[in-house]
Structures are given as C-alpha cells and as structure tokens.
Design a protein around this ligand. Structure first.
Ligand code: AMP
Length: 218
C-alpha cells in the first residue's frame, strides 16, 4: 500500500502513521524525522538544513526529492510505504509521481487530516517529544506515565524548537501557501481521502482503518 499523509503540522500524521505500520508491514517515512536525525547527528545534510528546519521554512525541493527517491529504493518499501510530511509542494508532488512511475508503482491514496489553525497551535504548544527516541506525547491528551520522561526509553521529553507558538504559526502559513494546493492536486487524481483531524485519536483511527480497508479491496 503506497500512501501519503497530508495535513498541517500537528494534525496527528505521525501518530496515525505509527499505528498503521503496526498493522501493515510498511515503513513510516517522515522527512521531518530524517532532517531532525541528521541535525542531531551533525551530518553534512544536518548542517545544510539546520537553520531552515529551526525557522519552520521548507528545505529546498531538489534536496528533499533526492532524499525521498533514495529512501523509496530501499528494500523495506517493497510492500509499500507511508510518506508523512512529503510531498509539501506541488513540485514535490510532481517529482513523487515521476519517481513512482519510474519504479512502475502508483500511489494508492492521499489521506488528508483536516485541522484548523487554532487547534494546531493549541495541540503543538502542549506537544513534547522524546529527545532520545523521538516518541511524541501531549501533556494534556497523551501524557507520559512520569512527567518529563519517555515511557518507552526513559529519555528526556523536550519541546521542539519549531514547536514554539510563533514558529508554529509561521509553519501553518507555510503549509497554507505551499502544501494546501496538494489537496486539489490529489482530488483531481481521485486519490484524496479526507478525515476530520480535530476528532479524538480513536475515532480518527477507526475512520482511517475503514478507508485503508477500502483501498485494500480495490
Ligand atoms: P515535520 O516534522 O514534518 O513538521 O517537519 C519539520 C521541518 O522539516 C519542516 O518545518 C521543514 O523545515 C522540514 N521538512 C520536512 N519535510 C519537508 C519537505 N517535504 N519539504 C521541505 N521541508 C521539509
């Protein structure tokens, strides 16, 4: 199953993707995670993108497209993939279509998690991320068992630099300007499935699995 997860920052794409990959044997590919890991490990890529990511702007298309193309060639993508946070521009969406065509594959669905700006800002300002394993929490709706500590690995929970309110508002603006045109792009390809991302996690999960079940039967 070849899927992309679309929606503004804070829509829950990463959380839902992690649940889906438990059921379907496909990798969760988050370009944001790839960039953050590169920054943490101080690699060449990390140095190149650090100031862009911290400011909430977009990494250039060429660099992002090349990285995704390389990742999709890996063997674990044989049964499919979930792309989370990619594509984020029309150029990236067209590049992805071209990549898939070259690989004789097609996209099965673009799942769009619809969430308004105020919900995004409220959610992200209470989001905490494990500095060690990257697991995401919310201090109100999804708190860890012990405050400030990751349930899975004991790592310290921190607020991402780009999760501060001012940066979140500018990331939302970047999303509206650059990424929201993709909704029309995938609607025109008859690949768009829209979910109300303001609903609770379990309700969205149920709707999402219904959609995926429908895609599987096709
Ligand atoms: P995310 O975790 O998806 O919100 O991504 C965090 C940051 O990584 C974004 O604000 C961008 O700076 C960068 N980034 C992630 N994915 C992309 C992409 N597809 N194109 C350009 N920049 C990206």
């Amino acid at each position: 199953m070849n899927l992309i997860f679309l929606g503004p920052p804070g829509a829950g794409k990463g959380t839902y993707a992690k649940r889906v990959i438990e059921k379907y044997n496909i990798p969760h590919i988050s370009t944001g995670d790839i960039f953050r890991e590169a920054i943490a490990n101080k690699t060449e890529l990390g140095k190149q993108v650090e100031s862009i990511v911290k400011s909430g702007n977009l990494v250039p298309d060429e660099l992002t497209n090349a990285l995704v193309e390389e990742r999709l060639q890996k063997q674990d993508c044989e049964n499919g993939f979930i792309l989370d946070g990619y594509p984020r521009t029309l150029n990236q969406a067209q590049a992805l279509d071209a990549m898939l065509q070259k690989m004789h594959r097609t996209l099965d669905g673009a799942i769009y998690f619809e969430v308004d700006e105020e919900t995004v800002v409220n959610r992200i300002s209470t989001r905490r991320t494990c500095s060690n394993c990257g697991k995401v929490y919310n201090i109100i709706t999804l708190p860890p068992k012990v405050e400030g500590v990751c349930d899975d690995c004991g790592g310290k929970l921190i607020q991402r630099d780009d999760d501060k309110e001012e940066i979140v508002r500018s990331r939302y603006e970047v999303y509206i300007k650059n990424t929201s045109p993709l909704i029309e792009y995938y609607r025109n390809q008859n690949k768009l499935f829209t979910l109300d991302g303001t609903k609770g996690v379990e309700e969205v999960m149920k709707l999402l699995f219904n959609i995926l079940g429908g895609i599987e039967k096709k």
